[in-house]
Ligand binder design. Sequence first.
Ligand code: TEU
Ligand code: CA
Length: 545
Amino acid sequence: MQDWWKDIVMYQIYPRSFQDSNGDGIGDLRGIINRLDYLESLGIDLIWLSPIYQSPNDDNGYDISNYYEIHPEFGTMQDFEELLDGLHKRGMKLIMDLVVNHTSDEHLWFEESRKSLNNPYRDYYIWKPGVNGGPPNNWMQWFGGEAWEYDERTDEYYLHLFTVKQPDLNWENPKVRKEVHENLKFWLDKGIDGFRMDVISLLSKQLDFPNSTSQNIHYLAEHHYANGPRIHEFINEMYEEVIQHYDVMTVGEGPGITKELANLYIGKDRRELNMIFQLDHMIIDHGSGGKFDIVDFKLTDLKQILDGWEKAIGDEGWNNVFLDNHDFPRMVSRFGNDTTYRKASAKMLNTFLLTQRGTPCIYMGSEIGMTNVAFDDPKDYKDVEAINYFNSIKENGENMDKALKNMHIQGRDNVRVPMQWNDQKHAGFSKEVPWIKVNPNYKSINVSEAENDENSVLHYFRRLVQFRKAHEVLRKGNYQNLDPQHEQIYAYRREYNNNKMMVICNFSDDYLSLPTYVNGRYVFGNYDREDSLRPWEVKVYDLSE
Ligand code: TEU
Ligand code: CA
């Protein structure tokens, strides 16, 4: 089978927020179907859909209560099949989100499991007796609070690395693994093209459940429950039992996977995953207190992380390249300038993504340069992480203005507000009040405005995708950083057979002079040609003879 997944541009859709078709304020599958022409017009090759399965929505679908059913608010199985078919007809592929580290507590397995110690589903989850009148250990969950919940019915605790409504599955139990394999087959037999595998690094726990010396979740993951003793066995088993029989791709989300461990997951002969979403650059500004303990970062920090990964995985490995997704702030707000130079920096960052080595993944709205949102009222935030955070701020009597500022910088709702289609009511996302408020800047930042402006991020994005498609060197070439120490310029060279290209990105508001090593023929960029480097400018040169 060919490595087609190395040649593609991926696009992530968060279904709740993309397009509502029936006026209930919630994005749905019919909404995506109605936007198929738009998706095709972008030139992208593959859509990753965040979860659309049945779910009580404690964590917006990442808490699944039935893996075989479409959530009614998203539509029906017929809608899903129509969407898949519509994508395939237009030459696009579709991958689904696989969330099998945990289920919802409303999943039948868990409802059974908690009934009694000898229920046939008891061992589907991780139950432990308490220790000294408290939980089995001191682990914290990801969204604040303890990772163990006491259940008086059986006088034991269950593990939930995420919310209390997301109990962790017990992968030691072969029946659980079999259930997952069956589920994989069910969707693959429908003709989908692969999976994005949620927190796949966390499936195998350290069975002695040791106490942790730190409560930072990324520390906890790295030291206690990511890359557990049987992780490679479990992932390889999915591959052998199911994945290898289909021509599909897999990308595993990998909290706690360090670059040194990466090729154990994605190395050519490992028969595990095609690539991972590594998260080191996504936590670049997290302090020891976590994501709301925000620290400054420099461009050289970003280079060190991305180049370090590239070097560590080498020719053997292949990764995904992304700067945001449904869990992290908008790339233009975090890595660019979302005010004065919004358009220039959005174009530059998209170009960066599409000219690095690896498969690029674009989060919906990046193609028009959508930005973070700042709500004044904590009640306008809908994410369980945000709600828990504001509650803890209130309980501890801490400063709410500061908390709101932190949320504006880091919150997950920054990227979950509705897609901005036009300047009409609710941004053209829905006819009725959406489940989460729209970003007030939709009046000026929206698809229809961008269609009418020949200098828009959108038109540039379409040309960029075609530019990548036309140049094998951008997809297959090796990668060399030309100036790892520079604090404003990210410059690199790609090389494949006799083809060479050089990409110069200005990650700053400053006018700079072109570095002396620049040569070749100017072939692509986000300003018109000139021999200087303007704020957030990107220039691509062809060095081939
Ligand atoms: O995310 C797990 C993860 O590693 C995160 O990026 C985490 O959500 C973030 O740092 C918290 O601020 C995955 C999903 O992408 C996320 O949406 C889910 O909430 C989570 O797993 C649980 O399924
Ligand atoms: Ca709807």
